[in-house]
Ligand binder design. Structure first.
Ligand code: ADP
Ligand code: MG
Length: 222
């Protein structure tokens, strides 16, 4: 049997807004085998981003467990969580989330520096070359197109060689053509770097390329 890369057990996330409770996740049980490429769809507000944030250790669930590559994130203290997050998970956001004050190369190197590793120039250049942004390494994100910025964000997600890549609507801010190119790149990353990928998307073209599609509704996976 293949190893499980990503698992949740009875995951709940309840937001308290004033005196109102919002149940964003209502007992999600998910298990993704190592090396799979999974699309996650569902209407707006169904809990996709909340689930991704919990999976990526960016947010803590109200109850339940998140297990990434054998580590239960919910049992980690803050310092260990930061370590697991930087070593095991790469996150790609819809709005790219790059730092405009830093160059492309510096943006990509940042997770390495935060993990206390010295960025190796040769390694970074190979990665930028593989993602088609080597010539842009000294530019800042604002000097790039949306598609190029997302390439930088994908390189940043890969730089610490994580087991899992989580992408929350990575093509949501891109036109159709660029969106196709970025998806092709994510498939390439999945195959060449042997990553487990979970990708939130509304685009059925994007979802069709996945090993399988999960659909969320009202805080649960259908
Ligand atoms: P999706 O990504 O599928 O659109 P979200 O995970 O963003 O859905 O949201 C799921 C539900 O949780 C929605 O009802 C949303 O309004 C609510 N929600 C998300 N984040 C917060 C928050 N920080 N505070 C309160 N409610 C939230
Ligand atoms: Mg969302």
């Amino acid at each position: 049997m293949n190893k499980t890369a990503l698992q949740t057990k009875d995951l709940y996330k309840i937001y308290q807004v004033g005196d109102q409770k919002v149940e964003a996740l209502r007992g999600v049980n998910l298990s993704v085998e190592e090396g799979k490429f999974i699309a996650l769809t569902g209407t707006s507000g169904s809990g996709k981003s909340t689930l991704m944030h919990c999976l990526g250790g960016l947010d803590m669930p109200t109850s339940g467990e998140v297990i990434i590559d054998g580590v239960n994130l919910c049992a980690c203290r803050e310092k260990q969580l930061a370590k697991v997050r930087s070593e095991k998970i790469g996150f790609v956001f819809q709005n790219f989330s790059l730092l405009d004050e830093l160059s492309v190369r510096e943006n990509i190197a940042l997770p390495m520096m935060l993990a206390g590793k010295k960025p190796d120039r040769e390694y970074l250049e190979k990665l930028m070359d593989q993602l088609g942004i080597l010539e842009r390494q000294d530019h800042t994100p604002t000097q790039l197109s949306g598609g190029q910025q997302q390439r930088v964000a994908i390189a940043r997600a890969l730089v610490n060689n994580p087991a899992v890549i989580l992408c929350d609507e990575p093509t949501g801010n891109l036109d159709q053509k660029t969106s196709g190119e970025v998806m092709e790149l994510l498939h390439q990353v999945h195959q060449e770097f042997h990553k487990t990928c979970l990708i939130v998307t509304h685009d059925m073209h994007v979802a069709e390329g996945a090993d399988y599609i999960l659909e969320m509704e009202d805080g649960l996976i259908k």
